[in-house]
Design a protein. Sequence first.
Length: 79
Amino acid sequence: MRALLAARSWLTVFHFPSCAPDSNPDEGVWASLKKSLANLAACTTDQLAALIRIRLKQMQYRPGLLDGFIAETGLVLTP
């Protein structure tokens, strides 16, 4: 993994705490995703998976939202 990362100078990797939900920005991602799916009723697991992919893709194109999940943790990111 280190060799792979070293070969990609454009990629910045941050190590987030794994066992501290308050310090882990992915908790905000999942909370937002669950909230957006709260009133939907998928008939099959395939439909649910498709909805999840769509919602995650929509989040990907909202950098302010993703930055907010990181800011909510209070972590300071320095490459």
